[in-house]
Design a protein around this ligand. Structure first.
Ligand code: ADP
Ligand code: ZN
Length: 614
């Protein structure tokens, strides 16, 4: 049975949720985590991005006596985190290398005087003696260790500093610790528990499903044009991230979008630090910018209203893909994860692995990751079911919100086609001792007459012209899928095609090959929604949609005035509900999710005025 203190703590937590954050119910197991930590227990929390991890330590920080110390590696984001807390009336500060001595002194004094609810620190700060001495002078309510997967061997950037955090327990044995991460695998979870000395901690593991994200993987034709169509039809004016593999392609894509009227910024390691920081700041602060980036961008970006994540190149692993796409829709509103994928991606990635440094075990590991990613691309099953299975969650029901659910792909018996292609590779190799890339092999099958064919006399091969029943695009699909399944390999710097051991089974008719037929017109998702409108306003009446736009304009100017990101004022989800409820009194407004006491007092009248103007 719960003790009276437990009950009081539970009602305190709910009260704080409503008064401070303006939400009326906890999500998932937030309440369990909060109760456990408020009662002094250690916790390890695994929740997907957008699951609501922050409240799991922010509310205990407000309910327990003392100052919560939050360890986070993302010093560039600390200011925004503190601003967001300040906006709801929570007393927060940070100490890191970016601030002036004066600012630092003020935060230190506030900490010692117990005038803070939360103090954010970078992990390296805890290795500095003066910081430890400072912490000894105040009263600590709890330690929150964010991005806890940084202790694992895959999170090497901050690893040594994170490993050192195991000392927290020895130095402050009575202070509860809560470690949080969005990285799923059970190996990482065990490693976090061991390395951080959290063996006795209670584990809270959420489902990693992100039901509001629509997963789509489309055949790559003209990727930039396809992207532009997606943005124009489904995400006009929305904020989003576009990932490209190379810096050059980041620059070209950003230029292309800008030239076509989409506000886009580039981000990659080749830009100077100042430009990168400025572009990141603008992306966080302004509404509706598109960030075109290499995967260097995005770690810990907690912008809640990223409406789409698009990949123009194939990610190297399902882990990476899920992490990157997970940056969409943290606010729970409908969002899109879109990937364009083609033959060249497979060739390029296989080639990169083949020519990479590192030993055989390393290359095998890379290949296994790529194989899982390719299997996801080529599947005819529900993408979400397959993704969740990859992370060890078994769900049986198809999701209804991915491309394969929305437009089920057909499959066809590709055995004969596969035999033709593999024969061509075999003939070139065995009869001529030559190897060629996919393009030339397809030209041979199609019986094309061109310079290269006549130069090598390939029109005399028995396989010349035996594949005219399929189009070039269809042949590329065949090659891609054979590569994905390991029935064909690419070799060398030129990415030439070669047979594998498994090819022999197909050529020897011991194995059939089922292929996926690409839809001519790929899934265009939300059929109910008018083209050319953003997903956020999709379900609103026209009147409410126009109110939403007015509120967004008001929010943009307030954000600018105060120098904070727009979402610090109100999230899209909150503005959307205000627009659809159209409250006419402060009391009605206060019932909207996301409107807490502080924001009601600060913005209530202004919002009512915006709603009242015609
Ligand atoms: P995470 O850190 O797990 O990625 P956040 O803590 O940033 O997620 O929360 C994601 C979003 O969900 C935020 O916009 C947050 O305000 C919102 N949120 C969290 N908990 C709740 C809740 N109980 N009710 C409504 N919104 C919530
Ligand atoms: Zn599905």
């Amino acid at each position: 049975m719960a003790s009276p203190t437990d009950l009081r703590a539970a009602s305190d937590a709910l009260d704080v949720l409503g008064r401070v954050f303006g939400y009326d119910a906890f999500r998932g197991f937030q309440q369990d985590v909060i109760d456990h930590v408020v009662a002094g227990g250690d916790a390890l929390v695994l929740m997907p991005t957008g699951g609501g991890k922050s409240l799991c330590y922010q509310i205990p920080a407000l309910v327990r006596d003392g100052v919560a110390v939050v360890v986070s590696p993302l010093i560039a984001l600390m200011q925004d985190q503190v601003d967001a807390l300040t906006a709801v009336g929570v007393r927060a500060g940070f100490l890191n290398s970016t601030q002036t001595l004066d600012a630092r002194r003020r935060v230190e004094a506030a900490f010692v005087a117990g005038e803070l609810d939360l103090l954010y620190l970078a992990p390296e700060a805890l290795g500095v003696r003066s910081t430890l001495a400072l912490l000894d002078r105040g009263r600590i309510s709890l330690f929150a260790i964010d991005e806890a997967h940084c202790v694992s061997q895959w999170g090497h950037d901050f690893r040594p500093d994170y490993l050192a955090l195991s000392m927290l327990h020895e130095r402050w044995p009575e202070v509860p610790r809560i470690a949080l991460t969005a990285t799923a695998t059970s190996a990482t979870r065990t490693e976090i528990a061991t390395r951080l000395n959290l063996d006795g901690a209670r584990h809270f593991v959420a489902s990693f499903d992100r039901p509001n994200i629509q997963y789509r993987i489309v055949p790559k034709r003209e990727p930039r044009k396809q992207l532009l169509t997606l943005l124009r039809d489904e995400h006009p004016g929305d904020a989003g991230i576009v990932y490209c593999l190379s810096r050059a392609s980041v620059d070209k894509t950003a230029e292309f979008l800008t030239a076509n009227g989409v506000a886009a910024l580039p981000y990659h390691a080749g830009l100077d630090a100042g430009t990168r920081a400025r572009n990141q700041q603008r992306f966080l602060r302004e509404d509706g910018l598109v960030m075109v980036a290499t995967i260097a961008f995005g770690m810990g970006i907690d912008k809640p209203d990223v409406r789409f994540v698009a990949h123009l190149d194939l990610p190297k692993s399902v882990e990476g893909y899920y992490q990157e796409t997970g940056r969409a829709g943290r606010d729970g509103l409908p969002s899109t994860a879109w990937l364009a994928y083609g033959l060249q991606d497979v060739v390029q990635q296989r080639k990169m692995i083949e020519t990479s440094d590192g030993d055989l075990a390393h290359r095998r590991n890379l290949a296994a990751h790529l194989d899982a990613m390719l299997a996801l691309c080529e599947t005819v099953r529900c993408r979400r079911v397959q993704l969740l299975e990859y992370f060890g969650e078994t769900t049986t029901a198809a999701c209804g919100n991915c491309d394969t659910c929305l437009t089920p792909p057909e499959s066809w018996d590709g055995t004969v086609a596969a035999q033709k292609l593999l024969s061509a590779v075999f003939r070139l190799d065995r009869e001529r001792n030559q190897r060629f890339g996919a393009g030339h092999c397809i030209d041979i099958l199609l019986g094309k007459q061109n310079d290269k064919i006549s130069q090598y006399g390939h029109d005399s091969l028995t396989v010349f012209g035996i594949g005219s029943e399929l189009s070039e695009a269809e042949w590329r699909g065949v090659v891609r899928q054979l590569l994905a399944e390991g029935l064909l390999a690419v070799e060398g710097d030129y990415g030439t095609l070669a047979l594998t051991e498994a090819s022999a089974d197909v050529l020897g008719r011991r194995r059939t090959v089922t292929l996926r037929r690409e839809p001519e017109k790929p899934a265009s998702s939300r059929s109910s929604k008018p083209r050319g409108s953003s997903t956020v306003v999709a379900e609103l009446t026209p009147a409410a949609a126009s109110l939403f736009e007015r509120l967004r304009g008001w929010r943009a100017s307030s954000a600018k005035e105060q120098g904070v990101p727009a979402y610090v004022i109100f999230h899209d989800a909150t503005l959307r509900q205000i627009a659809s409820d159209a409250p006419s009194t402060l009391a009605d407004l206060s019932r909207v999710s996301g409107v807490g006491e502080n924001k009601l007092a600060k913005y209530g009248e202004q919002i009512l005025a915006v709603l009242a103007t015609d």
